[in-house]
Ligand binder design. Structure first.
Ligand code: TUI
Length: 308
């Protein structure tokens, strides 16, 4: 099960957890790391000091390595970028943008930098700027997405760069992991399955919505404004898409979704809240501990890939 990614990160299994906004907090990150993967604290839109607190709390729960995801659209991204250095974090992933301006600072601090990319062009650029690996994330993922599918993006990125590639988007079991390895990936990033883990702090309504989701329950809002976000269909997405079809401005639509992810994750309002989840939600049908999930997925992947 050793790959350049497991060696680089000092982890047992080639699984990293997605840096999901409001979901990827210290309990989840610590549980994934304790189970042998790489847990991540999702910086999302949180201020630097909140992320610092999360890092310290995760350290109380695990001695194993974990990372931080810096969401580049956040107004606090500059602060979070500094906090990870101050706190001695060893692995940073980034999302929703180009992390070039932080690369020198992170590299100087000895941080392994793993940008999440949705295109070959950005993957190439990140390698040139010193990235240690990239996550190639297909549009099957939940949340903010690109245009390529995992099936098409991963092998193209693998061919374009020499650094290791981590596949993301649409992976929720050992078959998905095996498929990603067939495409040339050396690890996978998994989000949606961990949302319904026992250690995940998301509201029970949110977990049940993911567990009960069918394949066709996944939808994308915001395509018309170039800010596509994948989530599960509900009253909120219907209203959003109706207004989107009427040609409402990006600002008006943004206003509609303000705070709605928190409303779903923390308050359990899965009707008017935003239930971000990947297309693989339809496959995910039970709550398990992160360790049970990882052990099960790795056993299945190992069998399919004939790893002894
Ligand atoms: O970042 C994510 N997923 C996210 S971020 C997020 S918080 C948010 N919520 C609503 C609207 C916006 C953000 C929820 N989910 N995944 C990684 C990812 N990065 N997917 C796509 C990209 C991406 C897209 C374009 C990365 C770079 C990029 O272009 C950068 C450039 O300058 O070329």
């Amino acid at each position: 099960m050793k790959t350049r990614v497991t060696e680089m990160l000092g982890i047992e299994y080639p699984i990293i957890q997605g840096g999901m906004a409001w979901v990827a907090e210290h309990h989840l990150a610590a549980a994934v790391s304790e189970a042998g993967g790489l847990g991540l604290i999702g910086g999302a839109n949180a201020p630097g000091e909140v992320v610092r607190d999360e890092i310290r709390k995760a350290r109380e729960l695990t001695k194993k390595p974990f990372g931080v995801n810096v969401m580049l659209l956040s107004p606090h991204a500059d602060d979070v970028a500094k906090v990870v250095v101050e706190e001695g974090i060893k692995v940073v992933t980034t999302g929703a943008g180009n992390p070039e301006k932080y690369m020198d600072m992170w590299k100087a601090a000895g941080i392994k930098v793993i940008p999440v990319v949705a295109s070959v062009a950005l993957a190439r650029r990140m390698e040139k700027y010193g990235a240690d690996a990239v996550v190639a994330e297909g549009m099957e993922s939940g949340g903010h997405i690109g245009e390529q599918t995992t099936m098409t993006l991963v092998p193209q990125v693998v061919d374009a760069v020499s650094i290791p590639v981590i596949a993301a988007g649409g992976i929720g079991d050992g078959r998905g992991i095996a498929a990603a390895f067939m495409l040339g990936a050396e690890a996978v990033q998994i989000g949606t399955r961990f949302v319904v883990s026992k250690e995940s702090i998301v509201h029970e309504n949110y977990k049940q919505r993911v567990i009960k989701a069918k394949d066709i329950d996944s939808t994308v809002t915001g395509r018309s404004h170039g800010h596509p976000v994948r989530c599960l269909r509900n009253q909120m997405t219907r209203e959003y898409q109706k207004l989107e079809a009427e040609g409402k401005s990006f600002e008006e639509l943004e206003y509609l979704t303000l705070g709605t992810l928190r409303k779903a994750v923390q308050e359990g309002d899965v009707t008017n809240g935003t239930v971000m989840a990947g297309q693989i939600a339809g496959l995910i049908n039970k709550e398990q501990s992160c360790k049970e999930m990882i052990d099960e997925m790795m056993a299945q992947a190992a069998m399919l890939l004939h790893w002894s």
